[in-house]
Design a protein around this ligand. Structure first.
Ligand code: ADP
Length: 538
């Protein structure tokens, strides 16, 4: 099981040892990890890889710079020694690879020590943060300082604001499209040059965190889901704490109701009656937050329909369960709720409930959050979603497949059926849900497996590969993918002879000619690497 310790590509042990000494001279001994005990935390904790290849994504070392100057120094030394770097902010990224690099032997550049909240502007409602600031940190700071602004936490709140935003993560409040709420970055390029995007290009500018586009081409997107730079600062817009909030929940009795739910939801989202990303959860996803699978069924393979039915009745939930928040002055919230209640109430068997919150009751949730992921709707980060790991027993892990789905009932049903049936064929329950933007749904399916069980691991991996292929063939691309799937998903970008990949490659070669930064990230490899896609336009 234990593969030999990874070395950087084309690097002898002696040269590597010398490079580590040079890093330690700049960063300090405690900021350079190379012993197996230190590196263990930088493997993919939910790796689906087989026993004979467990360490394919293993780093050779970890570097922990504490400042932008140290990041630049690391780049200089790594460049001189020809060592690739994999930047992470905090490195949670669970179900997509954790902190592990795509290419074995890459050095993880862990930015968690750069964890200052540089500015919070209560008037203009934004924060400027370094990569090591987690959602918990930012939320705690706002709460402590009595600043009436909310964060929009992703499903698990211990990750970083910067990392999640760069991965285009999603949350549940009206600020749930994290990439859309980003405003202004500072980036260290592979050359060591520092750039500030948008209006940050003006040294004394006053609108860096206020106006994203700047003057000229917008470059922020270049640094998201890419390997074109190391982001060392990021502006993020924050939601003004609303006067009131209403947590709304609806359950739907039949499996086929998904179609009607999506058809009802889309016009409400388009008209901005629902002003945040509503989440539609399958019965298993809901049940996994309050129970374990063995409470309902103890056999292998997907849960039979009778067991699902029993579970749904016993927990008093729906086949599909919808959650969303409404925010603002009471009159506005009530008006939105009346419209939404009427629309969803027209679906036969629908049951709707809502819980009102005032600013004071939100504050008490914030200081002592109860269990349960619904607190995210109140801008309070939690780790409640980790409960899913206990669903199957054993040493729980999950591998996510996250296709985008046009926001129509027909597409949602089609995608759901495809994923559910394929999951069942590989022995998995349908643990999934749809998070609704007005025009598109993020469909997130998790194959939950026991990572100590090689058969379950390999089934999860085989399922994910198969799903990516079948979804792609049906015209459904993914918004994000695990390290193991990155090349596969990138290769699906085949319009005009993979013209997009060719363009991205040109940018990569221009910005990072030696291919030092995150080789293989998102299927983008250094020029000349065996995995570099051969592209040509038709
Ligand atoms: P989190 O801890 O917030 O879940 P990570 O730190 O694991 O997120 O980041 C997710 C991914 O985003 C990383 O694997 C990396 O590819 C990219 N990334 C994260 N932070 C940076 C950064 N500061 N600069 C460049 N890329 C980053």
């Amino acid at each position: 099981m234990n593969a030999p310790q990874a070395l950087p590509p084309d690097c002898s042990a002696a040269r590597f040892a010398q490079a580590l000494r040079s890093f330690a001279a700049v960063l300090g001994d405690d900021a350079v990890l190379s012993a197996p005990s230190g590196l263990a935390a930088y493997l993919d904790p939910y790796s689906p890889l087989p026993d004979d290849d467990p360490d394919a994504f293993a780093p050779a070392a970890v570097l922990l710079p504490g400042s932008v100057t140290q990041v630049q120094a690391v780049l200089r030394l790594a460049s001189a020694a020809g060592l690739p770097l994999w930047p992470v902010s905090i490195g949670r990224n669970l179900a997509y690879g954790g902190p592990a690099p795509r290419l074995r032997g890459t050095l993880v550049l862990d930015l968690r020590r750069m964890n200052r909240i540089l500015e919070v502007n209560p008037t203009l409602a934004y924060a400027l943060v370094e990569p090591g600031v987690s959602y918990f940190d930012l939320h705690a700071y706002l709460h402590r300082e009595g600043i009436a602004l909310w964060v929009d936490p992703p499903a698990v709140g211990w990750g970083s604001v910067v990392g999640n935003t760069l991965e285009r993560g999603i949350g549940v409040t009206p600020y749930g499209d994290h990439a859309a709420m980003q405003c202004g970055m500072e980036v260290v390029l592979a050359s060591g040059d520092i750039v500030r995007t948008g209006m940050g290009a003006l040294a004394g500018g006053s609108a860096w965190q206020l106006h994203r586009d700047g003057y000229g081409p917008g470059l922020d997107g270049l640094f998201m889901q890419s390997n074109f730079g190391i982001v060392t600062k990021m502006g993020i817009w924050l939601m003004p704490a609303p006067e009131t909030a209403l947590l709304c929940q609806a359950s739907f009795a039949r499996e086929a109701d998904l179609e009607a739910v999506v058809e009802t939801l889309r016009p409400l989202r388009l008209a901005d009656v629902l002003h945040g990303p509503a989440v539609i959860e399958s019965a298993v996803r809901w049940a996994a937050s309050v129970s374990a699978r063995r409470d309902w069924h103890d056999g292998a393979g997907p849960m039979p329909v009778a067991a699902l039915d029993h579970m749904i009745r016993a927990l008093d939930i729906g086949w599909w369960n919808l959650r969303f928040g409404l925010y603002g002055p009471p009159a506005l919230v009530q008006a939105r709720w009346r419209i939404a209640r009427k629309a969803f109430g027209a679906i036969d068997g629908a049951r709707l409930t809502a819980w009102p919150y005032s600013a004071a009751s939100v504050a008490s949730v914030a200081s002592a959050p109860p269990g349960g992921g619904a607190v995210g709707l109140l801008g309070v980060p939690s780790v409640a979603a980790m409960r899913m790991l206990s669903w199957c027993g054993g040493d729980g892990a999950h591998l996510d497949v996250s296709p985008l789905c046009p926001a129509t009932g027909t597409h949602a049903m089609r995608q759901y059926r495809l994923v559910r049936e394929r999951a069942a064929a590989y022995g998995f329950d349908y643990y999934g849900g749809f998070t609704a933007a007005p025009r598109c749904l993020h469909h997130i399916f998790a194959a939950i497996f026991d990572r100590a069980d090689p058969v379950q691991r390999s089934q999860a991996r085989a399922l994910a590969h198969r799903l990516v292929d079948e979804l792609g063939a049906a015209g459904y691309g993914l918004y994000r993918a695990h390290l193991d799937l990155m090349d596969r998903v990138a290769a699906q970008q085949d319009f005009n002879g993979h013209a997009m990949q060719a363009l991205v490659q040109r940018l990569k070669d221009a910005l990072d000619p030696a291919g030092m930064l995150a080789p293989g990230k998102q299927g983008i490899w250094p020029a000349g690497h065996p995995s570099t896609p051969a592209c040509g336009t038709d």
